[in-house]
Design a protein around this ligand. Structure first.
Ligand code: SAH
Length: 290
């Protein structure tokens, strides 16, 4: 992970630089120091709302090498920013998430770890995900919103492309909804391995395939529905190549960005227009059509 302390006017530049890399997650955390006597300390001036800059951006990568290249690129663009490089052991992440994960509902789906399967007669389509290296256990708002938007689409006989499939959850959902073919791609071999492992825990039609690739360099064949839960920076900078993967009259579900980035993402995808917008925990998901 890298931690950058950014100030307001550097956020766009950091986001643009990060778009050249493949972070798996970006969290921005406001620095909000507590007064010495706690929140109600009357001797301390009130904390401004919104809180003062700077913000800490915690940006997670699959590999330390990629993180270091991104940190160097940010440093070249903005030499005054403070950037820390932090190693997060993979096992910790997996172990921590395994302990606490329970099944969650999103749209017409329930995403369940193998140890918390819902009863067989539950009124939802169950997708079993083995929490491991792939992002997408259903515990992040962006995954759930993509599933909610997908639940309302007519997917039967459509071709579907899932850019940045992570755990494979969105691909599996589309396959279970009756898609004619589903291709889930991810730049990270660990993600594809975990998607394949989870796919084996489910009874899926053979319309689904996973492959390791970077859609920016090895574009897959276009599809009727393109799912892309990436980052705001990557969606904005790769909008033209993503839009080129949508067949005529097709639709796109985009997520991985917050309210402050939503309009920029939308503008980058013109002439696609917004059909539906969801938001949860400050994250946004968009359904776009031509
Ligand atoms: N689709 C899942 C996972 C989203 S996380 C869900 O909705 O929960 C985003 C994933 O995109 C990560 O697994 C990351 O490795 C992958 N990714 C990032 N940049 C990519 C690129 N350029 N090409 C393919 N995959 C990419």
């Amino acid at each position: 992970m890298l931690r950058a302390t950014v100030v307001d006017d550097s956020e766009d530049l950091v986001s643009a630089v990060l778009a050249d890399f493949s972070p798996v997650a970006i969290h921005d955390l406001a620095e909000r120091p507590l007064p010495p006597g706690g929140l109600w300390d009357p001797t301390y001036p009130p904390i401004p709302d919104p809180p003062p800059a700077p913000l800490h951006w915690n940006v997670c990568f699959n590999e330390a090498g990629e993180r270091d290249r991104a940190a160097d690129a940010i440093h070249d663009a903005l030499p005054l920013l403070t950037i820390e490089r932090v190693d997060l052991p993979d096992e910790d992440w997996a172990a921590r998430s395994q302990q606490s994960l329970t099944a969650v509902r999103a749209g017409s789906f329930i995403i369940a770890p193998p140890w918390d399967l819902p009863p067989e007669d539950v009124d939802a389509t169950v997708i079993v995900i083995e929490p491991s290296m792939g992002f997408g256990t259903g515990h992040h708002a962006t995954t759930r919103m993509c599933l909610r938007l997908l639940s309302d689409l007519d997917v039967v006989d459509m071709t579907v492309l899932d850019l940045g499939t992570g755990s494979g959850v969105l691909s599996m959902a589309a396959a279970l909804m009756g898609a004619r073919s589903v291709v889930g791609i991810d730049v990270d071999q660990d993600a594809i391995d975990s998607a394949e492992a989870s796919a084996n825990l489910n009874t899926l039609p053979d319309s689904i395939t996973f492959q390791v690739s970077d859609f920016r360099h090895q574009p897959p064949p276009p599809a009727d529905i393109v799912l892309a839960n990436l980052t705001g920076g990557m969606l904005t900078s790769s909008a033209a190549s993503i839009a080129a993967l949508v067949r005529p009259h097709g639709q796109m579900i985009l997520s991985g960005f917050d309210h402050t980035q939503a309009d920029r993402v939308l503008a980058a995808f013109a002439p696609f227009t917004e059909r539906q917008r969801l938001s949860e925990d400050n994250w946004v998901a968009l359904l776009l059509h031509q």
